[in-house]
Design a protein around this ligand. Structure first.
Ligand SMILES: NC(=O)c1ccc[n+]([C@@H]2O[C@H](COP(=O)([O-])OP(=O)(O)OC[C@H]3O[C@@H](n4cnc5c(N)ncnc54)[C@H](OP(=O)(O)O)[C@@H]3O)[C@@H](O)[C@H]2O)c1
Length: 256
């Protein structure tokens, strides 16, 4: 069975101009969906719309520039997408930042810590809050949050990032029962280990992961899981934080 059979049709993706969000946009468009992308910078959005997304020139793909941390901008973006897409039944919250990397606790600045929480946690809350009036009008609506394995196993030198992704694990759970009971909306998250995206290349200072000595997700690995979680084939899955980490976090420290 096609995992996204019958839906989703009208999808809003935050951070949809790059990396995981972009691969997810392409995967939904390939399935025939209408897609709205929220991106922070006009340059990124332009690059995606005139690059990889230019093959979908049939009016199914739209973009709006908004900072997910800006509540008013997010409220406007969802209103506009509801009109452009003729409804919204699926939301994917992928926008995120890595913040400062490699800093010991005493060197982490409050400003950076707060900004990571604003984008990675408050930004997801804004997406959910302002999508809700539109999702609630639909049957079988769903929200998928892009978390991280850093919600479960901490990466050294990424204090704020680890904290933000830990928060998303519990935000997913808290939203899942509230929105399912009130509106039939499912909320899940995908929590990848490293994914080959501009964020990961930038953060690790590499141009490719071809020689990596550890397993690396592709953006389309994550997009495939998002499509599954958004479709009716996963209708009983709600409140799940699904690790996509090749099983690394499942292993005991016992050396057997
Ligand atoms: N890559 C990994 O190894 C990895 C692993 C686990 C989890 N994740 C998570 O996956 C998600 C996507 O990351 P990615 O690797 O695909 O990164 P990416 O290639 O940098 O893409 C992130 C996208 O989010 C957008 N964005 C950032 N801050 C924003 C804001 N305040 N408002 C609106 N849009 C904003 C960026 O826009 P601009 O282009 O304008 O900056 C960019 O288009 C993040 O939540 C990240 O934490 C990534």
């Amino acid at each position: 069975m096609n995992p996204s059979q019958n839906k989703p049709q009208r999808v809003v993706i935050t951070g949809g101009a790059s990396g995981i969000g972009l691969a997810t946009a392409q995967a939904f468009l390939d399935e025939g969906a209408r897609v709205g992308i929220i991106s922070r910078s006009p340059q990124s959005l332009d690059k995606a719309l005139h690059g990889p997304l230019s093959q979908y020139q049939d009016g199914r793909c739209h973009g709006i520039v908004a900072d997910v941390a800006d509540e008013a901008a997010m409220a406007n973006a969802f209103k506009e997408f509801d009109t452009l897409l003729q409804g919204i039944d699926t939301v994917v919250a992928s926008a995120g930042i890595e913040g400062e990397m490699g800093n010991a606790v005493q060197d982490v600045t409050s400003k950076d810590f707060l900004r990571v929480l604003e984008v990675n946690v408050l930004g997801v809350f804004h997406a959910v809050k302002h999508a809700l009036p539109f999702l609630a009008e639909q049957q079988h609506a769903s929200i998928t949050i892009i978390g991280s394995d850093s919600g479960f196993v901490a990466v050294p030198g990424m204090l704020a990032y680890n904290a933000s992704k830990g928060a998303l694990v519990q935000l997913t759970r808290a939203l899942s029962f509230e929105l399912f009971e009130a509106h039939g909306i499912r909320v899940n998250s995908v929590c990848p280990s490293i994914v080959d995206t501009p964020m990961a290349r930038r953060g690790l200072g590499v141009e490719s992961f071809d020689d990596a000595e550890f397993p690396v997700n592709t953006p389309s690995d994550i997009a495939g899981t998002v499509l599954f979680l958004s479709g009716e084939g996963s209708r009983a899955i709600n409140g799940a934080n699904i690790l996509s980490d090749f099983g690394y976090s499942a292993r005991s420290s016992f050396p057997a």
